[in-house]
Design a protein around this ligand. Sequence first.
Ligand code: 5GP
Ligand code: MG
Length: 181
Amino acid sequence: MILPLPSAKFPVLLGEDVIRQRINELAADIATQYSGKKITSLTVLEGASYFSRDLRERLANRGADVVNYDITAKSYVGTSSTGVVQVSGVDGEIRGADVLVIEDIIDTGRTMAAVTEQLRHAGASSVRICSLLDKPSRRLDGLRGLRPDFCAFTVDDLFVIGYGLDFNGQYRDLRDICIYR
Ligand code: 5GP
Ligand code: MG
């Protein structure tokens, strides 16, 4: 018996070919902007891990000098933000570094506000954000100015899954980015 692919259950918002193509473009843009500089990427686990791996592979193909560390920032339970952000994994490698935070999705902006604040505090020489997705319509009033420096796609106020994004631990492995409903 042939089982349907899991992603067939959910409407596809961004298919894997579209994602791949867009990551190629992002890698070209990032490689150009950091030309001659070492990039210290901080990948926000677990959601950004697939995106980060694919992006860093493309950056390496373009000769970019990237060293990656994984960090965690927990702020979400189910489909609504709890408002509490705990960041861990940011350590001594940060002082003087040109940091590129690789995130899955920016929603209220609380997570990226907390992470970038911590990195500036740790003495990073520059801090930029590369997010797979951005939901600007969800930004908290006080964080409207928080925009990713690099972003693959802007999305509406939908809860999305796949390509690293989960719903309580499920559906991360979908190849497409799908709408959870
Ligand atoms: P923020 O702190 O910006 O409100 O939340 C950012 C985090 O919430 C993201 O890194 C992600 O882990 C989670 N999140 C926000 N929107 C979505 C979504 O549509 N789908 C999934 N799977 N996670 C989301
Ligand atoms: Mg995240």
